[in-house]
Design a protein around this ligand. Sequence first.
Ligand SMILES: Cc1cc2nc3c(=O)[nH]c(=O)nc-3n(C[C@H](O)[C@H](O)[C@H](O)COP(=O)(O)OP(=O)(O)OC[C@H]3O[C@@H](n4cnc5c(N)ncnc54)[C@H](O)[C@@H]3O)c2cc1C
Length: 421
Amino acid sequence: MKHPIVVIGAGAAGIIAGWRAAQMGAKVILVEKTDRIGTKILISGGGKCNITHDGPIESVLKAFRPNEARFIRPACYRFLNTRIIEMLTDRGLRVYTREDGRIFPVDQTSKDVVAILRTYLEEEGVIIKLESPVREIVAPGGRIEGVRTETELIPTHHVILCTGGSSYPRSGTTGDGWPWTSQLGHGLVPIKAALAPMDLRLKSIKDWAGVALRDIVLRSRLNGKESAKWRGDMLFTHHGISGPCTLGISRVIAEQWGEGIATVEVDLLPDHKFDRVDADLVNYKTKNPNRQIDAIIADLLPQRLVDPFLEQAGVEPGTKCQQLSKKQIHKLAEQIKGWSLGEVAKVILAKGEVVAGGVPLDEVDPHSMRSLKCPGLYLCGEIMDIAGPVGGYNLQAAWATGFVAGETAYEDWSGSSSGEI
Ligand SMILES: Cc1cc2nc3c(=O)[nH]c(=O)nc-3n(C[C@H](O)[C@H](O)[C@H](O)COP(=O)(O)OP(=O)(O)OC[C@H]3O[C@@H](n4cnc5c(N)ncnc54)[C@H](O)[C@@H]3O)c2cc1C
């Protein structure tokens, strides 16, 4: 009897990897630290799970940075976004596609996704060991001999390592895999927050908690120079900002951290250029001399933010339009196009949906997910230096790389005789 393939981490990548290797004929043990499989899938999409992104796979790949897209392209062609949907809908999940291409379960619960994935594992006879944190990959002289958990040593020559990233540590992902990959010869791209909320230094921010801005552009600047921007919605939190726009620019801010002062600002009318906004305000003043400026700003901002916005522009709330000077109108137009929320205090890695950084992509073969440093080691999912945007892209990368890792591990396992005991 051969030693099994051991998959470490029952997240999106590990579930698909374990299932695929077992389906092809391997004996597979899936070892998971927490008391359930798919812990992060369960909390994904706010508990609704944005399973993947719709559309031709080339357009899905375009959402990633070019080097990341190049790396995951072969895997995504082997495990298309339609494939995971087929696997789930074949077993009764009903899904719908939002206008923006994000695919969710109709019943809005990630529990159904995980329950179905579990049936795939069970059907193929994958042995699932829960509450079994792995402590070590035993590899004397660089040859994998086993995986040590807290309670046992599992002999193996084939390890699929998919322990994920290090955000949301309470979900089990505490970056355990990286010390092992380092020991096995891999480098490490420094871990940085991505898709994360951020704290701001602005004192008044705590009064705005819970207020949302819709369809704005959030822009970041490093030492005054534009560094990133994202269009969509934004949410004020107790200490800063969150929501799609914030997550969208967080990776760039985290990457540039320490290089200078990072600030953020909001463009409230992204479809209009400054000159147009300025001219519209002048026209409004002429046509509505007795209306208060608050009314115009209230069209752009939730009521709670109107007074602070006007104060920041140096305009007394309650000012009638006819009282506004040219300079004040100019200032208001400037602020509508770039309302400064001040300096970023912190990008919160622990609350990020993913982390950037991890195992360098040039140390893994994109066609097989074999480690180029250690024979018998396969890597998939977020443990590698991949961080797509919000939209189902990260799960797609995990499913697809997991699938390829599972197939390759099976091929190596079935061709090897060294596992005989
Ligand atoms: C709040 C939140 C919402 C998200 N929403 C979405 C979304 O809607 N759509 C989307 O595409 N992406 C989303 N993501 C990102 C997505 O969940 C991850 O990119 C994806 O889960 C990564 O898959 P993975 O298998 O690589 O890692 P994970 O899913 O993180 O799985 C890693 C597994 O390894 C286990 N593990 C860790 N250490 C050990 C150890 N020592 N021994 C044994 N097991 C171990 C962990 O417990 C975990 O189960 C979200 C992330 C978060 C945090």
